[in-house]
Design a protein. Structure first.
Length: 411
């Protein structure tokens, strides 16, 4: 034990004597550890941001859209004909066991006015189920009820962007806004969701009872008064998504009298799969960034090996003297191995602080979301120690197995 402590003291003393060289040797490890922590932080931040956006669109969300139809041999584009209705939404909720809720929606662009302020936004006519499907909560006020839908009540729920542009920081609940020359009482404001995964502002919206939107704002479809622009569907669980899609497809083909071999007149979109693919891409990016940054650690390890080999050459005579007075092979090996590991560990510690600082600077000035992971910091530190052992072993072994007589003769 005493010999081990003595070897460690000798190693630390040698590093202290050559401070500049030791600092330059650590530089590669510092850069490597800092790069790993910063790049993994950027990748993890991107993944976390996508997860937040996935959660913001709603739980187990499936969207039904009108599909394309053929008229006199001419195939019209998707959504050209209103093929979905409110009755379809009710049937899906009632007859599909894997579906928890279904909410028909209509939408359109409007200019909303309050006093001297006005704002161009989107109006969506929805049912009360919509707020549950999309995981909305109320920042203030209350959402409208099924009775409001039945009565086509002139009540509106504002997104936070609309509320800010019309009312500033004051609470608009109970105030009256004008939409298409129709006065609406503000029932409340939605808790902000931010941008969707496609980059749209989810808070730039006004929600109305679907009956009100169709009768007094957007107008009903002339061909079918119950036609809707889309149906939002919530499956009973993430595992039931595929089953829910199959059940809805079979039900709608039966309701729309689509014969075998004919194309569907609707489109089903499982947004979760799309966004999970984006999340996987972000995770792969994070791994690639970490792998690229870890190359710097390898380069730093090579630098340690190079300097340690130079150190062995410079101190050949010293090694010979230690062997002559009784130092064993293991003592010499330990001394030089401690020097290499100490360089790597000190570089790793400094690199951790540099990497954390770099992550904070990236987040602040580049406006990128970063997320520091304790696991990545620990792994980077342990990897730096392994680099010290791996690249320090060969020079240490070379020093330990020098011939004492040849070492003493070395000039």
């Amino acid at each position: 034990m005493k010999k081990t402590a003595a070897s460690i003291r000798i190693a630390l003393r040698a590093l202290k004597v050559n401070r500049l060289r030791s600092a330059l040797t650590m530089l590669g490890i510092i850069i490597g550890v800092a790069a790993v922590i910063a790049m993994v932080g950027v990748g993890a931040g991107a993944t976390a941001r996508i997860q937040e956006q996935i959660q913001s669109i709603g739980s187990n969300l499936i969207i039904l859209l009108p599909g394309s139809v053929s008229t006199n041999g001419v195939r019209l584009g998707s959504g050209a004909v209103a093929t979905l209705t409110e009755d379809d939404a009710k049937a899906i909720e009632a007859e599909c066991p894997s579906v928890a809720l279904a909410a028909p929606t209509v939408r359109g662009g409007v200019q909303v006015v309050y006093g001297n302020n006005n704002w161009a936004t989107n109006v969506q006519g929805v049912t009360p189920e919509y707020i549950t499907i999309r995981d909305y909560t109320m920042l203030s006020g209350e959402f409208f009820t099924a009775q409001d839908v039945d009565a086509a009540a002139k009540t509106a729920v504002l997104g936070e962007t609309v509320a800010q542009n019309l009312f500033g920081d004051s609470d608009p609940t109970g105030q009256v806004v004008i939409i298409k020359n129709v006065p609406f009482t503000v029932a409340g404001v939605l808790t902000p969701k931010g941008q969707s995964p496609t980059g749209q502002d989810q808070d730039d919206v006004i929600l109305l009872p679907i009956s009100t939107a169709m009768q007094k704002v957007l107008g009903a479809n002339k061909a079918n008064a119950k036609a809707v622009g889309a149906i939002m569907v919530q499956a009973i669980s993430p595992q039931a998504m595929d089953q829910a899609i199959q059940e809805m497809e079979a039900l709608l083909r039966e309701r729309h009298k689509i014969l075998p071999g004919q194309d569907d007149d609707f489109t089903i979109r499982n947004l979760t799969e799309v966004f999970e693919a984006q999340e996987t891409s972000a995770q792969v990016m994070s791994i690639l960034l970490g792998a690229i940054a870890s190359v710097s650690l390898i380069v730093g390890g090579i630098g340690i090996m190079n300097i340690m080999l130079v150190s062995v050459t410079e101190r050949t005579r010293e090694i010979g003297l230690r062997q002559a007075v009784g130092a064993k092979t293991g003592d010499i090996l330990l001394q030089f191995l401690v020097e290499a590991v100490t360089l790597a560990l000190l570089g790793g510690i400094i690199g951790i602080f540099v990497g954390m600082t770099a992550s904070l600077l990236i987040s602040r000035f580049a406006q990128w979301t970063t997320q520091l992971s304790p696991l990545s910091i620990l792994l980077a530190f342990l990897f730096s120690a392994l680099v010290g052992v791996f690249f320090g072993y060969y020079p240490a072994r070379k020093a330990a197995f020098l011939d004492p007589i040849e070492a003493l003769r070395y000039e």
